[in-house]
Design a protein around this ligand. Structure first.
Ligand code: OGA
Ligand code: NI
Length: 379
């Protein structure tokens, strides 16, 4: 039994007085998310959201960039098409090998498009409950959906956020399938992300020592899914978490975030705050890229802490294989292998990888699923 301070009576994560399934169902049926709890005036984190201490280990942001002198690398893309290409490729290579994360500046996406997107998804969440509840859904077939905690009925504790999801895996969704309030801004942002993705695909191919078209040709980042989180202010941030530690299953993730920090990444055995850089896009290498790069590029654990200040708004674009490539096997890229560099992983399809990722609860316990795909004989 877990007793947590500050709640008058012992709080149990299980036990006769706590019917978690019932509380989860009641919360889900409000269709108002965590934002709805805050609007209704809660001053304590409901038990459904209270995490066991091991999930919250070392939550205080006492290891921020300033304190440790460590900061996610900033990559300036200016001149990447001509004079500075080699520098940009080298910077990308170093950042992908060491940090697995980098903040990109001068990437070509106009600031007003980025801010317009953040504002639009924020406004979606801040609409009257009666308006947004129409969009609340757990139906994976929907190209747009709004929900709180995709894993609400499987997780041991819920996280302090609400989410909207846009499925661009087969191109732009039918406009009618997306709420008017965020339709145009997100569609426009996606068109810019497509261009940035093409440039990064070439630059990362070169950073791996391959032809510029290599990653484009294998279609590993063909498809996009946008997952946008809204992290409301939290009255007791020490009891819960915004996003539990995890690594992304994607090939590459491109993240837009507002000025409220809270994202932390695991680097050199400590949690480092990612300080938002105005106008920057934060990129991170996903598990699938680590696999095909045969461990040259690193997929790094990260999480989002709950905070008293907010709301934090983020828009993650997960770059994954397209519909036709999802069931095609991917393994360590042959050109990167030789006698001294044997394959570290077996081949797998993205569908298999992602299925295993979801079923093993990667988002719940923070344990990478990559080792499951390792070749057992490898060192
Ligand atoms: C994710 C993620 C970070 C954020 O959705 O995988 O890590 O800031 N999001 O919301
Ligand atoms: Ni992530």
């Amino acid at each position: 039994m877990q007793t947590l301070p500050g709640h008058g009576e012992p709080i149990t994560c299980s036990g006769p007085h706590y019917d978690r399934a019932k509380e989860a169902k009641e919360f889900d049926e409000t269709k108002a998310g965590v934002k709805g709890l805050i609007d209704s005036g809660v001053t304590k984190v409901p038990r459904l959201f209270i995490h066991p201490p091991q999930n919250l280990h070392n939550l205080s942001p006492d290891t921020d960039g300033a304190a440790t002198g460590l900061q996610v690398p900033i990559i300036d893309m200016r001149g990447y098409q001509d004079s500075r290409r080699e520098d940009v490729v080298n910077d990308l290579c170093r950042a992908s090998e060491t940090w697995g994360f980098f903040q990109i500046i001068n990437h070509g996406i106009p600031v007003n498009v980025m801010n317009g997107t953040l504002e639009a998804v924020k406004q979606f969440h801040e609409q009257p409950e009666g308006v947004k509840r129409e969009w609340y859904s757990r139906d994976n077939a929907k190209k747009f959906r709004y929900y709180s905690n995709g894993d609400l009925f499987r997780s041991k504790a819920a996280t302090w956020k609400d989410t909207v999801y846009f499925d661009f895996s087969s191109g732009a969704p039918d406009p009618e399938a997306v709420p008017l309030i965020c339709r145009e801004p997100v569609f426009e942002y996606e068109r810019h992300i497509e261009k940035l993705k093409k440039s990064l695909s070439e630059l990362l191919s070169e950073a791996l020592g391959l032809d510029s078209d290599y990653l484009g040709d294998i279609g590993c980042m063909e498809s996009k899914r946008f997952v946008s989180h809204y992290y409301p202010i939290c009255p007791e941030p020490e009891l819960t978490i915004g996003t539990i530690n995890h690594s992304d299953a994607s090939f590459l993730t491109l993240l837009l975030q507002n000025h409220h920090g809270g994202l932390q990444i695991r680097h050199q055995n400590q949690w480092i705050d990612v300080c938002p850089v105005p106008g920057a896009i934060l990129a991170n290498i996903g598990d699938s890229m680590q696999l095909v790069s045969n461990d040259k590029f690193k997929s790094v654990e990260h999480r989002v802490v709950a905070r008293k200040a907010g709301p934090r708004v983020s828009v993650a674009c997960f770059l994954v294989p397209g519909e036709t490539q999802k069931s095609k096997p991917y393994g360590p890229i042959k050109e990167l292998l030789d006698e001294d560099n044997p394959p570290m992983y077996r081949e797998t399809t993205f569908t298999e990888y992602f299925g295993f990722y979801l079923s093993s609860g990667n988002g719940l316990n923070g344990e990478s699923v990559l080792p499951h795909f390792r070749v057992s004989e490898s060192k």
